[in-house]
Design a protein around this ligand. Structure first.
Ligand code: ADP
Ligand code: ADP
Length: 226
């Protein structure tokens, strides 16, 4: 079974209030789901739980048929793309893209081949030998996507990936992300507080409020209801 199922996810921090109050969600394989909601409603926490970056909550997190609650991040079939890119300034684009592969002990020739393949898709080939400091914001964001793509996973988790870009670039990158989604056929869960972004990207939108899932429906169903 592919796709992602969240069943009755509850989360609180030690000595803190409850952050998620029993969230359930069924995401189809290949679907682009955008999680929206006001700041502090628990969007990032949801994503970090799915990624395994946050201690296991109550409930079930099932990725492509496997319950992953007790699995480390690297053993889940996911790649995460962060808002601040998390690139290494002293490494080239090629090295940044291939970074996770080196940790996995893939030989250098294979790593470079994989980086080249990913760079081609993202139109980064001319920049493979540059360092992030010599790239534009959009190019840096593409390198961050490239590192995630090199992992060969079928699920991408994106936490406000465009929020550090200026408006024109943000609109351009939306189109790129949409194209990439079609090209890869991957499942994407994308967090934003920007409704326009949600509308232009999502197959379905999950609306969160105060740690509850309020609605999970297509953009038309959510924004055309009286
Ligand atoms: P969102 O992404 O929707 O802005 P978050 O998931 O980041 O919301 O945060 C939800 C709530 O959890 C907020 O009230 C935040 O202050 C709290 N929170 C987030 N991380 C921690 C933490 N490590 N310890 C305690 N509280 C946290
Ligand atoms: P491993 O070799 O153990 O599979 P990786 O080389 O894939 O690990 O990555 C090392 C660590 O960094 C892991 O914890 C992995 O989850 C994390 N990591 C690296 N890149 C990403 C990414 N794009 N998304 C999510 N986690 C990542």
């Amino acid at each position: 079974m592919t796709g992602i199922t969240l069943r009755d996810i509850r989360k609180s921090y030690p000595n803190g209030p409850q952050i998620l109050h029993g969230v359930s969600l069924d995401i189809q394989a290949g679907e682009f789901v955008v999680i929206v909601g006001p700041s502090g409603c628990g969007k990032s926490t949801m994503l970090r739980l799915i990624a395994g970056l946050e201690n296991t909550a109550e409930g079930d997190i099932i990725i492509n048929g496997t319950r992953v609650n007790d699995k480390a991040p690297q053993d889940r079939d996911i790649a995460m793309i962060f808002q601040n890119y998390a690139l290494y300034p002293h490494m080239t684009v090629r090295e940044n893209i291939a970074f996770g592969l080196e940790l996995r002990k893939m030989p250098k020739a294979a790593r470079n081949a994989k980086a080249a393949e990913v760079a081609e898709i993202l139109q980064l080939t001319p920049y493979l030998d540059r360092k992030p400091g010599a790239l534009s914001g959009g190019q840096r964001q593409r390198v961050a996507m490239g590192r995630a793509m090199a992992r060969d996973t079928s699920v991408f988790l994106m936490d406000e990936p465009l929020s550090n870009l200026d408006n024109a670039l943000r609109v351009a990158m939306r189109t790129e992300i949409k194209q990439l989604h079609r090209q890869l056929g991957a499942t994407i869960i994308y967090v934003t507080h920007d409704q326009t972004e949600a509308l232009s990207l999502a197959d379905r939108i999950a609306v969160m409020q105060g740690g509850h899932l309020q609605q999970f429906a297509t953009p038309d169903e959510i924004y055309d209801t009286p």
